[in-house]
Every structure is written in structure tokens, then in C-alpha cells.
Ligand binder design. Structure first.
Ligand code: AMP
Length: 280
């Protein structure tokens, strides 16, 4: 596996590879790999001739009071794990390489970015779409793999790719969970043992929602109230949002119907966790 730090060097490599007709698969990440990241790398390997994993803790997608400085990092371990997955290139640029001082352009997707995580993290998705657009131009992938864990991010990127006519296939990969159901996340490393137990309320909420749908419940307000109550009954949590939305438009639904996504963001202590599931 080769490590490339410079965007221009990354593009030279990509130009050489694509000139032969080979397809590049890109997995954008912020590092501190877990099984979720590794499963995305395997999916890229299946769909492309060469796999590029980008590792970049993108400063412009963090708000001023968020965890940019504390975000977990272990570059040596990430290199070992990516290499073991047969990754060809680990693209790990410096912030100054991605955003030279003269940078004046942002990529903004409207509408889809205003609710859910966009509501509580203003500007977050502008940072995401800007960095992903730059990664697409630098790495020139034919396919790019994103986790459904960040469901809104996936929807926003699909929209951006359609709107900007990029000839890139966007693949959504199912959420990888711990044995007890907690969605894997680099941020889980912030949790104490107690908080780790508390964090299971998200998965319990998903299971509860599935059960209530099987019982015939269609009233979204009722289900949100039940889940809110379930999660609030835990100490040390703060609900950011619990929403039942259409999987494509991400618009809130009053009545559950096929294609309903349960999406949640909950703070356990100071750690903000997200999870989601298609409940019908
Ligand atoms: P991150 O490093 O957290 O920005 O995540 C990089 C990519 O991995 C994103 O496309 C995430 O959606 C995806 N990802 C993160 N956690 C999981 C998970 N538990 N299961 C599947 N994909 C994930």
C-alpha cells in the first residue's frame, strides 16, 4: 500500500491508472478505522480495480464547539488495517494541502441539508459536500462507497452527484454493528463503560420501532413519543432529534408507509451518536 499526502501526486496516480481503463473505487473516511470502515473497503475492492481510501479529518465540517481537536486518531494502526484489506492507496492529505489559503469555493446542496443533522450542525453538510467534491476531482473514482450509518450524508452526496453530472456510482453500505447492536463509530471510543451501556438505547429504539410497525402502528407522532420516553428514561442522555422521514426526500412523515426511515441523534454525555433504520 502506498501512502500519498499530496493532492497533486494523488491526481497523477489517478490519471495513470484511469488511462489504462482501470476503475478506481474510493472510500472517504476520517480514520480511526473500525469494522464499518473495513467493510466499505471490501465493498470497494469488489466494485473496482484499485481501491483508494482517503483519511482526512475535514476541519470545515466541524462546528466551532465540536470535537475537531479531540477527534480520535491513530495513523499507524489505520495504515496496518487498510493494508491488510488490500487497499492500494491511503490518501492522507494535510489540511493546508486540501484548503490552500486562496480557497474561495464551497459546494452547497440545499433542501436535503436543512433538517436532521443539518438542523443542529449548521454548515456541516457544506463542509462534507465540499470535501467530497474535491476528493472526487482529485481521486477520479468510478465508484465511491459511503455508509448508511450517515444516511443523510449519503442522500446529500447522491443529490450532489446527480446535480453536478458526475459519472460516479455512489454505493450505500449497510450499517455495521457491534454484537449487542451499537452502530460502530470512531466516536464510540469517547464513551465510558457506563455510557457505552446507555448508548444501547439507540438500538433498543430501532428494535422497538420495528416491533410497533409489525403490530400495525402507523402514527408517527405516537411512535416518536414512545421512543422519546424510552430514551429519556435513561440518565445522562440528551435527545438532539428523533425523526420519522421519507427515505428519499428526508421529509417528516405523519403516517408510516413503506420507505420510512427512523433517524436519531442523541448525546450520551458529551458524545453525539447517530443511528437509523428503515423501519418499513
Ligand atoms: P467516518 O470516518 O466516520 O467519517 O466514516 C467514513 C465512512 O464510513 C462514512 O461513509 C460512514 O458512513 C461509514 N461508516 C461509519 N461507521 C459505519 C458503520 N458502523 N457501518 C457502516 N459504515 C460506516
Amino acid at each position: 500500500m502506498e501512502i500519498i499526502r499530496n493532492p497533486a501526486a494523488m491526481t497523477s496516480w489517478a490519471n495513470r491508472v484511469t488511462a489504462t481503463g482501470a476503475a478506481i473505487g474510493l472510500v472517504p473516511t476520517m480514520g480511526y478505522f473500525h469494522e464499518g470502515h473495513l467493510s466499505l473497503m471490501r465493498a470497494a475492492r469488489k466494485g473496482a480495480d484499485h481501491v483508494v481510501v482517503s483519511l482526512f479529518v475535514n476541519p470545515i465540517q466541524f462546528g466551532p464547539n465540536e470535537d475537531l481537536a479531540a477527534y480520535p486518531r491513530d495513523f499507524a494502526r489505520d495504515c496496518r488495517l487498510a493494508e491488510a484489506e488490500g487497499v492500494d492507496i491511503l490518501f492522507a492529505p494535510e489540511a493546508a494541502g486540501m484548503y490552500p489559503e486562496a480557497t474561495k469555493t464551497k459546494v452547497v446542496v440545499s433542501g436535503l441539508t436543512s433538517g436532521l443533522c443539518g438542523g443542529s450542525r449548521p454548515g456541516h453538510f457544506d463542509g462534507v459536500t465540499t470535501v467530497v467534491a474535491k476528493l472526487f476531482n482529485v481521486v477520479k473514482p468510478r465508484i465511491a462507497i459511503f455508509g448508511q450509518k450517515d444516511f443523510q450524508q449519503l442522500a446529500v452526496i447522491r443529490q450532489m452527484v446527480r446535480d453536478l453530472n458526475w459519472d460516479i456510482e455512489i454505493v450505500g453500505h449497510p450499517i455495521v454493528r457491534e454484537a449487542d447492536g451499537l452502530a460502530m463509530s470512531s466516536r464510540n471510543s469517547y464513551l465510558s463503560a457506563d455510557q457505552r451501556r446507555t448508548a444501547l438505547c439507540l438500538y433498543r429504539a430501532i428494535r422497538h420501532a420495528g416491533e410497533r410497525v409489525r403490530q400495525g402502528v402507523v402514527d408517527a407522532e405516537l411512535l416518536v413519543a414512545e421512543i422519546t420516553e424510552m430514551i429519556h428514561s435513561q440518565g445522562g442522555v440528551e435527545i438532539d432529534y428523533i425523526a420519522l422521514v421519507d427515505r428519499d426526500s428526508l421529509e417528516p412523515l405523519g403516517v408510516l408507509r413503506p420507505g420510512t426511515l427512523l433517524a436519531m441523534a442523541v448525546k450520551v454525555g458529551r458524545t453525539r451518536l447517530i443511528d437509523n433504520d428503515l423501519i418499513c
